[in-house]
Design a protein around this ligand. Structure first.
Ligand code: NAD
Length: 493
């Protein structure tokens, strides 16, 4: 078994404090909260507990930094800082991999595999620094009017994170802030704050000026204080729909801009003509990767009726052979659920499925015996649902549980796929290109994957329709949410 938390390099006292104005400081109240290792149920570290007063201090620092030396840095200079930051993240990728594995429970092999995404995103944002530009606008105004637009950073950004991918979700918010010249206060999830704190330390080392990136771990009240803060110009929120609605409500006071990356109940549609040898592992890992704790997880497996029995039993076989275990064990393919509360939520949905009389093809229970007994482990679970009406087919579970639903033909698949309030991701498995195009067009979701699932890339926008939120992360679309457009018109003569 790998190193304990204490033996990790770079996990010093600093990594347990708040980062405000370039300094690591305790919370004003002096209070801390524990973060747990979900593989063992043990406390991993005590973290300074930021509250409203700490958020106020962090926002004030971010406001000062917004008009400080940072504002005068040229695009090339911001680019150099981000590239140095990327190099430092790369150099410490093993620390991040271990921190994420221990703090939220993803297998170490999976957290190591996020290297390309984490470092690649930063390099992409570095490139964007030199691509932020307004336009000149031929117009029909009287006389000779020269019209153009300027792109300006939106100001102080408040970012609120979930726990399911601590390193990459933090970079997803920090990158566009640095690229556009904004400043920020980042509120990591109370369940997994360690990687974001280490990122803060490395950002300073890379040359990000004090106050540009402030990190305040804390509970929901710290997030609420950020969302309501009158001197925050934009909130970038990722989390559940219920919290997203509260953020939106709180943002009204000063009309701050808001982007919301929320949950999903994404359909993964398998046609009988698909390459089933690829579709079985693809669909299985479309839901079981990260123990199902992925916003765009393929949690509704729609299977053409002629192959429904064969396909669902093959996915169940695949699930049974996945190695569930401690996230630091190199052999582990499926780690624990991230918290005791989330484990309870997943178990609750299994109770509901049993009450609804659904057939549980495999899994269905907490693993409460053997080496994994003290952690928050749950069996990968496949449930047969005859239609899309059961609660496990409609509500986001955020765990390793898939509802397998049969369909009759393409129009039936389209109808079931769109029978949801959400619209985040969708998978299509077929050898028929025309069918793939028709389905991709018909499904109302921010991303569609054909003969693959869950791919993310810095250049490809990601985000939701409907209850999955609005705004996009990645791609040039994301940068626009961190910029204001100013129109200038000059009358000549
Ligand atoms: P959550 O909504 O419980 O918490 C998210 C964050 O909001 C946490 O940092 C929390 O402390 C904070 N918070 C809590 N109450 C708040 C309030 N009143 N005001 C402001 N902030 C508050 O979500 P979670 O359990 O951390 O994450 C799981 C959810 O996130 C799932 O629904 C999942 O689908 C979603 N998610 C979406 C994406 C995406 O890109 N669309 C990515 C990852 C996770």
């Amino acid at each position: 078994m790998a190193a304990s938390f204490e033996t990790l390099t770079l996990v010093s006292d600093e990594n347990r404090l708040l980062l405000i104005d370039g300094k690591f400081v305790p919370a004003q109240s002096g209070e801390t909260f524990p973060t747990f290792n979900p593989s063992t149920g043990e406390v991993l570290a005590q973290i300074a507990k930021g509250e409203k007063i700490d958020i106020d201090n962090a926002v004030a620092a971010a406001r000062r930094a917004f008009t400080g030396p940072w504002a005068k840095m040229k695009p090339f200079e911001r680019q150099e800082v981000i590239l140095r930051f990327a190099e430092l993240v790369d150099a410490h990728i093993e620390d991040f991999s271990r921190l994420d594995a221990m703090d939220m429970g993803a297998p170490i092999t999976a957290t190591r595999a996020r290297r390309q995404r984490a470092v690649g995103m930063l390099r992409y944002y570095a490139a964007q620094c030199t691509h932020i530009a307004g336009s000149t606008l031929p117009n029909s105004l009287p006389g000779d009017v020269f019209a153009y637009t300027l792109k300006e950073p939106v100001g102080v950004v408040g970012a609120i994170l979930p726990w399911n991918a601590p390193l990459t979700s933090a970079i997803w918010k920090i990158g566009p802030v640095l690229a556009t010249g904004c400043t920020m206060v980042l509120k990591p999830s109370e369940i997994a704050p360690l990687s974001p704190l280490l990122l803060g330390k490395l950002a300073l080392e890379a040359g990000v000026p004090p106050g540009v990136l402030n990190i305040v771990p804390g509970m929901g009240d710290a997030g609420a204080a950020l969302a309501a803060h009158p001197d925050v110009d934009k909130i970038a929120f990722t989390g559940s729909g219920a919290t997203g609605a509260e953020v939106l409500e709180a943002s009204k006071g000063n009309f701050k801009r808001v982007t919301l990356e929320l949950g999903g109940k994404s359909p993964d549609v398998v046609f009988a003509d698909a390459d089933l040898d690829k579709a079985v592992p693809g669909a299985a890992m479309g839901i079981f990767a990260n123990t199902g704790q992925v916003c765009c997880a393929g949690s509704r497996l729609l299977v053409e009726r002629s192959i429904y029995e064969e396909f669902t039993s093959r996915v169940a076989d695949y699930a049974r052979q996945l190695r569930v275990g401690d996230s630091l064990d190199e052999q582990t393919q499926l780690g624990p659920i991230s918290s005791a509360g989330q484990l309870e939520r997943v178990s609750g949905y299994l109770d509901i499925s049993r009450q609804e009389g659904l057939e549980i093809l495999t899994g269905g229970d907490r693993i409460s015996a053997g080496a994994n007994a003290s952690g928050y482990f749950f069996e990968p679970t496949v449930i047969k649902a005859s239609d899309n009406r059961s609660r496990i087919a409609r509500e986001e579970i955020f765990g390793p549980v898939v509802a397998a639903i049969p369909f009759d033909d393409m129009s039936d698949a389209m109808r079931i796929a769109n029978d949801t309030e959400y619209g985040l991701g969708a998978g299509i498995w077929t050898r028929d290109v025309a069918k793939a195009h028709a389905m991709a067009k018909a499904i109302r979701s921010g991303s569609v994957w054909v003969n693959c699932y869950g791919y993310l890339d810095p250049v490809v926008p990601f985000g939701g329709y409907g209850a999955s939120g609005y705004g996009r992360e990645s791609g040039v679309e994301q940068l626009q949410d961190y910029l204001e457009t100013k129109s200038v018109m000059i009358q000549n003569g």
